[in-house]
Design a binder for this molecule. Structure first.
Ligand code: HEC
Ligand code: HEC
Ligand code: HEC
Ligand code: HEC
Ligand code: HEC
Length: 454
């Protein structure tokens, strides 16, 4: 390509790419900051993602340190396989205990790691094979010439291809060294409606988690406008130390959580009072809710019923600084959503390597569109609550915390986590589950339900 000042497009005043076709070699491509000059949007979005944070996450560092100590090192490279895959594969770490001393370029799930995948050789614990060459693979069939590197199309990084879910799924499915299938996002997705290979139903992880917009894939001359994809990938977990894009991350999480679960609240008169009926549906997730680290997540239902301003019933009412598990002892109606994990002796487990059994209390993902389909699982989960009074106002909401305060307290007690971080973890409220019933609001059709179900 002939180069002159017009190489430089838009506001990204970059002169690279003009250097007579010089290409970044493998060593240079390992460093995410090398992408920033041409892919500034991708870099910014990724830098605020949990992928970038994965090896700086203080909870991760605390758990890995404790795990290595408690297993006398038997945990080995298990955790860094997914949290710092390039550091491990480049031989810079074996157990993650030295991550603080490593150059940032090797930490977390880096650009090179995803964009150099050449094969998926399994379904959990990161069996991704890299080509280890200097080719950046992606979903663009005809990448513009003059990129700062070799580029090639790969179906493994194309949102329209089912195989793309296998790349995400390879890490988003964790089987512990003890053989417990602890994180199951990929398995859940494979059993869902969204894994069906029909035009109408197929939704890969990438389609939902990397929304597209029209823009430039690189700020370099001659690059056409195309669909580009958001790399921020908000979930539920947050950065709790000084980190780029931290406010944007929380806002994006809230935005996505607001439409994830739908709720219907019905109030029915029964002898001596009312029966509250709560119907929750995993509406937008491509897997159960919660998914992934469902064993550390704490999600629950809050219900408050009052009459003339006086509380007549409540469950799931929890102060911001109290662990959810504290409520379990005193709130017999508590509806906790997520996984409950136990050790071999049946006591609660907090750490991966201790987990012997998983009890799942999640909201299931839709498996089929039609109830006539033999694979159909009803995604509605319903519970009823008895109230010995007749309220004139009932409030419902579902909350989720990225990680249980009981888990954090356990890590603080063992001396592995800075106690100051505890207060930085948020409690999110899922917007579409915030429902208020009053007789007036119910007047429209008097079916007792908000929103109306008829
Ligand atoms: C197979 C890949 C894989 C392995 C192995 C793995 N993780 Fe993770 N880890 C993930 C993924 C994916 C997430 C994000 C899931 C989510 O947030 O729902 C995650 C999230 C986390 C989180 C944040 C969410 C939470 O649980 O609070 C912590 C902390 C963590 N991992 C610690 C560890 C430790 C410690 C080990 C080793 C004992 C480990 N991980 C091993 C893939 C892995
Ligand atoms: C000198 C500019 C420049 C630098 C530096 C650069 N790229 Fe690119 N890259 C491009 C251009 C130009 C394209 C083609 C864009 C298009 O066709 O729309 C591209 C395309 C890509 C693609 C898409 C390939 C495909 O076929 O789908 C990926 C992935 C990619 N780059 C990753 C990276 C990563 C990761 C880094 C940093 C390690 C990086 N790039 C550094 C200019 C650059
Ligand atoms: C190399 C392993 C790896 C691959 C490949 C990978 N992830 Fe992740 N992902 C992680 C880890 C580790 C975390 C969590 C880091 C932490 O919380 O400390 C994570 C976090 C996330 C989160 C945020 C979860 C939360 O609760 O906040 C989302 C969403 C996500 N990944 C989606 C994807 C998608 C979509 C893909 C495929 C395009 C993908 N991941 C590929 C390892 C991986
Ligand atoms: C967790 C895996 C993952 C990580 C980490 C990742 N990407 Fe991507 N990236 C993807 C996937 C998947 C696509 C393809 C979307 C499609 O075309 O369907 C993509 C697409 C791209 C594209 C093509 C244009 C577009 O938006 O579709 C570029 C350029 C790119 N990524 C650059 C980067 C850079 C630069 C980084 C690091 C700063 C990075 N990526 C980190 C998974 C990842
Ligand atoms: C149909 C759209 C859709 C598909 C397909 C999908 N997800 Fe999700 N995912 C969501 C929504 C919605 C949420 C909840 C909102 C949030 O956490 O911000 C979510 C949440 C997550 C989380 C956060 C953990 C939690 O507790 O919910 C992870 C990790 C994740 N997805 C990974 C994946 C992976 C890996 C795949 C593919 C195997 C995938 N997702 C497929 C929509 C989807």
């Amino acid at each position: 390509m002939r180069c002159n000042l017009a190489c430089v497009v838009g506001l990204a005043l970059v002169a690279v790419g003009c250097g007579a076709g010089e290409k970044l070699d493998r060593a240079a491509l390992l460093d995410p900051t090398a992408c920033q000059q041409c892919h500034s949007d991708h870099y910014r979005e990724w830098s605020g993602s949990m992928h970038a944070y994965a090896a700086d996450d203080p909870v991760f560092l605390a758990m890995n340190a404790r795990g290595q100590r408690e297993t006398s090192g038997a945990l080995g490279d298990f955790c860094v396989r997914c949290h710092a895959p390039m550091a491990l594969r480049e031989g810079l770490t074996t157990d993650g205990l030295n991550l603080a001393d490593l150059p940032q370029a090797y930490k977390g799930v880096t650009c090179y790691f995803c964009h150099n995948v050449e094969a998926v050789e399994g379904e959990h614990n990161n069996p991704l094979r890299l080509a280890n060459d200097a080719v950046m693979r992606g979903g663009i069939a005809n990448p513009a010439r003059g990129a700062g590197h070799e580029a090639a199309y790969s179906p493994l990084l194309d949102r329209a291809e089912p195989a793309a879910s296998g790349v995400c799924g390879a890490c988003h499915d964790v089987v512990t060294p003890a053989g417990v299938h602890l994180e199951r996002s990929f398995e859940e997705w494979r059993g869902s409606l969204f894994a069906h290979e029909t035009q109408a139903e197929l939704q890969t992880c990438v389609r939902c988690h990397m929304p597209g917009r029209d823009g430039l894939a690189a700020y370099v001359e001659g690059v056409p406008v195309r669909r580009v994809h958001d790399h921020a990938m908000p979930g539920v977990d947050v950065a709790v130390t000084e980190w780029p894009e931290a406010d944007a991350q929380r806002a994006a999480i809230q935005r996505d959580l607001d439409t994830t679960v739908f709720a219907v609240l019905c109030v029915k008169r029964v002898l001596g009072g009312v029966e509250l009926r709560v119907d929750l549906e995993d509406f937008a997730a491509g897997h159960h809710f919660p998914s992934g680290a469902a064993h550390d997540r704490r999600a629950w239902v809050e219900l408050r019923a009052s009459r003339a301003g006086r509380t007549v019933y409540e469950t799931g009412v929890l102060a911001a600084d109290r662990p959810l598990v504290a409520l379990e002892a005193e709130d017999p109606d508590l509806w906790r959503i997520g996984d409950r994990v136990t050790r071999a002796d049946g006591s609660p487990a907090h750490m991966f390597w201790d987990v012997a059994a998983v009890e799942s209390m999640i909201l299931p993902v839709p498996t089929a569109l039609s109830p006539q389909d033999p694979a159909y699982v009803d995604p509605h989960v319903v519970r009823t609550f008895q109230v010995d009074d007749v309220p004139d106002r009932v409030e419902l909401r579902v909350h989720v915390r990225p990680i249980g305060l009981d888990v954090l307290d356990d890590l603080v007690a063992s001396g592995d986590l800075d106690p100051a971080l505890r207060a930085r973890f948020p409690t999110f409220t899922l917007g579409a589950t915030e429902v208020v019933w009053t007789p007036e609001a119910d007047d429209r059709d008097g079916d007792g339900c908000i929103p109306d179900v008829n």
